[in-house]
Write a protein that binds this ligand. Structure first.
Ligand code: PLP
Length: 389
């Protein structure tokens, strides 16, 4: 066995791209606040505006529609809360129950504040019910939010259909596209899509930068007030170096999307087939067709996902359960629960997430160490055997 660690948690964060790191380092070496009027300030401003143009060009939108943020969480909060607030205290929110916590918790908070929320049902593969969306886009809906692709199970949503329904009803539509960027074609200019959240550290930029792609006519209420640096909807000194790195990473992600997706898809399918061969009782979650090319999400009945994760980690393979862990207590995934999976089964799940840097050797290693880890995890969660120790 080699000491090389196999990193298969790219949906959580991925390696810094060398080109993005270089862009960051060269910009960070320069002084200058992009809002300052002197030469250094104007140079920083130029870098930000060139980065904005580059991101806009890569995503098929106008430069004015790129609002830089501190990441996906801020972009999601700005859209979801900002549109809900714009609709007034009676503004209803239509949301899928399988959103990332960046959206989910914002919606739950709005509900606590008195906003009515309609949770859109999802089926057993995690696909939202478009007919439900169409039937519930009433006049009082302030925002509809459905993620482009799910971060746990990888299911890709029918975004074009939902956007069209929202366009017909005149309702702002927000989509969390954090996991979609670089993995599947991402057309941010589709009619009816009002905003989309992006995060840098999922595509090779540093942590702490992202963007809200925001229709030029949309005006969410800002989350925080200050200098209004980003189109008056986002305040705070603009981080020119991170934005420069973000633009480079977005360009790489979009430029290499097709071959990266093909590469990941082959590895993903080999891993899924290998797991099912080793453990025929394993259940592959999510849509097998409309699925992120780098996502493998599997439930192993009779095993605790967290135990399995730690056993694999000890064997040099890094992956995730995909769901949140609150105060050290593993929680069953809200995504699997919404799909109708019971809490006990939901706890037995693992996510392997690939990137364009993943290799056949990574997959070989997982398949090599998995049987022993599964055997130990099953013994650890068997009450009869546990009572002997
Ligand atoms: N949305 C999704 C789907 C994500 O996977 C993540 C990160 O895990 C986020 C939002 C949050 O992005 P950030 O870490 O940039 O705040």
């Amino acid at each position: 066995m080699t000491d090389r660690r196999v990193y298969l948690d790219h949906a959580a964060t991925t390696h810094l791209s060398p080109a993005a790191a270089q862009a960051w380092a060269s910009a960070a070496a320069q002084v200058g606040n992009p809002s300052s009027l002197h030469t250094s300030g104007r140079q920083a401003r130029r870098l930000v505006e060139e980065s904005r143009e580059s991101v806009a060009d890569d995503l098929g939108v106008r430069p004015s529609e790129v609002v830089f943020t501190s990441g996906g969480t801020e972009a999601d909060n700005l859209a979801v809360k900002g549109f809900a607030w714009r609709g007034g205290s009676a503004g209803r929110v239509l949301a899928s129950p399988i959103e990332h916590h960046a959206v989910l918790d914002a919606v739950l908070w709005l509900e606590e504040q008195g906003h009515k929320v309609d949770w859109i049902p999802v089926d057993a593969l995690g696909r939202v019910d478009v007919n439900y969306v169409r039937a519930h886009l009433d006049d009082d809906v302030a925002v509809c939010t459905v993620m482009w692709a799910n971060n746990e199970i990888g299911t890709v949503q029918p975004i074009h259909q939902i956007a069209q329904a929202c366009l017909d009803a005149g309702v702002p539509f927000h989509s969390d596209a954090v996991q979609a960027l670089g993995a599947i074609p991402l057309d941010c200019a589709i009619p009816g899509l009002t905003s989309a959240a992006l995060s840098g550290h999922k595509i090779g930029a540093p942590v702490g930068v992202g963007a809200l792609i925001l229709d030029r006519d949309a005006e969410p209420v800002p989350l925080q007030h200050g200098g209004g640096q980003e189109r008056e909807v986002r305040s705070g000194t603009v981080d020119a170096a991170s934005i420069a790195a973000f633009a480079v990473a977005v360009h790489e992600a979009v430029e290499h999307q097709v071959e990266a997706a093909e590469h990941m898809r082959l590895l993903r399918d080999r891993l899924i087939d290998g797991i099912v061969d080793l453990a025929p009782e394993a259940v592959v979650n999510g849509d097998r067709v409309d699925r992120l090319p780098g996502n493998v999400h599997v439930t192993f009945p009779g095993c605790e996902g967290d135990a399995l994760l730690m056993l694999l980690d000890a064997a040099g393979v890094e992956c995730s359960t995909g769901s949140a862990c609150t105060s050290g207590i593993p929680e069953p995934s809200h995504v699997l629960l919404a799909m109708g999976v019971d809490a006990r089964t939901a706890r037995g799940s693992l996510r392997f997430s690939l990137s364009r840097t993943s290799t056949d050797a990574d997959i070989d290693r997982v398949l090599d160490v998995l049987p022993a880890a599964l055997g130990r995890a099953a013994r650890a969660s068997s009450p009869r055997l546990r009572s002997r120790v």
